[in-house]
Design a protein. Structure first.
Length: 341
């Protein structure tokens, strides 16, 4: 029997490596910068995501709080076709429908049942999107913060492209991957670069990492975005750990009228803190970027970390009280409910 163990192990390793190669995304090539060493992107703070060894340690010791699938959550009403004034609807996770100046913009859209390269395994959706996909208005643009599966969901991207063929605004390196999928119209931005489509959209720094397979770690950039029109500013923070970058953002582009800030996937802190903001840190981001109103995101949809369902919201309420933030200045949004600013 032992005779078969080594060949079987080798077959498994070869299969795993081959699969890791297939699902890996192409990387960016270009001149070196403060956040690109010629091959990989870096967090300028020096705080980088944990490696494989630490990930295995976390998985082996994982102590996840309870989650329950709840599809009794009401889906919101059909959204307006367009809006001149700023209208923001939380869909789920990091997906918002931003309607402004008669443009309809989606952030990190995901309507899939799992955020995974596979339909049968991986983090599963715990509650439905707040807007049915078929009820969406014509989509003019899509903002992608980075290429992780819960932010760049290929089935959803394909649906959006087939129905509307909008502009996809992505960080450096992500365009090559979308090109492979046949996406027609992509604008790639480095940090602090911008484009204008009736609303000015500027790429901003984030503290995170990227990768879809075993061989593309940090080969593409991660980012947040600032949307600006008519003297009003909306900040979509993407996915990020906490650092001085938020004070820099506040200094350069603040004050901000509305900020969309992640609050979930923060436990255990030793593993998650370089890449995910905790609720208490989300309050600091709100203050650092001088936000008039902030809205939580990246919570409640997919069980990505060790905190249980509802804990992010509870911890945010406690952090807001501790920081003395006035009531209504930081909103825990309801899926499908439009917010006018």
């Amino acid at each position: 029997m032992l005779f078969w163990i080594f060949p079987a192990l080798m077959v498994f390793v070869i299969f795993a490596l081959s699969l890791g190669k297939v699902i890996s995304a192409p990387g960016h090539s270009g001149p070196q910068t403060k956040h690109f060493n010629g091959k990989k992107f870096l967090n300028t703070s020096g705080s980088q995501a944990k490696g494989v060894t630490e990930a295995l340690k976390w998985i082996a010791r994982r102590d996840q709080g309870p989650w329950a699938k709840n599809y009794e959550t009401e889906v919101g009403p059909k959204p307006s076709n367009s809006s001149e004034s700023l209208l923001i609807t939380f869909v789920n996770h990091s997906t918002f429908l931003i309607q402004w100046n008669h443009l309809n913009i989606l952030t990190d859209p995901i309507w899939s049942e799992r955020c995974s390269p596979f339909s049968f395994v991986g983090p599963q959706r715990m509650r439905p999107p707040g807007i049915d996909f078929e009820e969406l208005p014509h989509i003019d643009a899509v903002l992608i913060s980075h290429n992780h599966y819960d932010h760049l969901d290929i089935p959803t991207i394909r649906q959006i492209e087939a129905k509307w063929s909008p502009v996809f605004i992505v960080p450096l390196g992500v365009k090559a991957y979308l090109d492979q999928l046949g996406i027609q119209n992509t604008i790639e931005l480095d940090w602090w670069n911008e484009t204008n489509m009736g609303i000015t959209i500027r790429s901003l720094p984030a503290q995170h990492f990227s990768g879809r397979g075993m061989f593309d770690r940090d080969r593409t950039l991660w980012a947040g975005y600032l949307l600006e029109h008519g003297g009003k500013k909306v900040y979509f923070a993407g996915d990020s750990g906490y650092g001085d970058l938020f004070k820099e953002i506040g200094k350069k582009v603040g004050p901000v009228d509305v900020s969309l800030i992640p609050i979930g996937a923060y436990l255990p802190k030793w593993f998650m803190s370089p890449i995910h903001i905790s609720p208490a840190e989300a309050v600091k981001v709100h203050q650092d970027v001088k936000s008039a109103v902030s809205v939580g995101m990246h919570f409640g949809t997919f069980p990505l970390a060790d905190e249980g369902q509802g804990k992010a919201e509870e911890d945010l309420i406690l952090a807001l009280e501790a920081a003395g933030v006035k009531q209504g200045a930081f909103i825990i949004p309801e899926e499908g409910k439009a917010m006018r600013f």
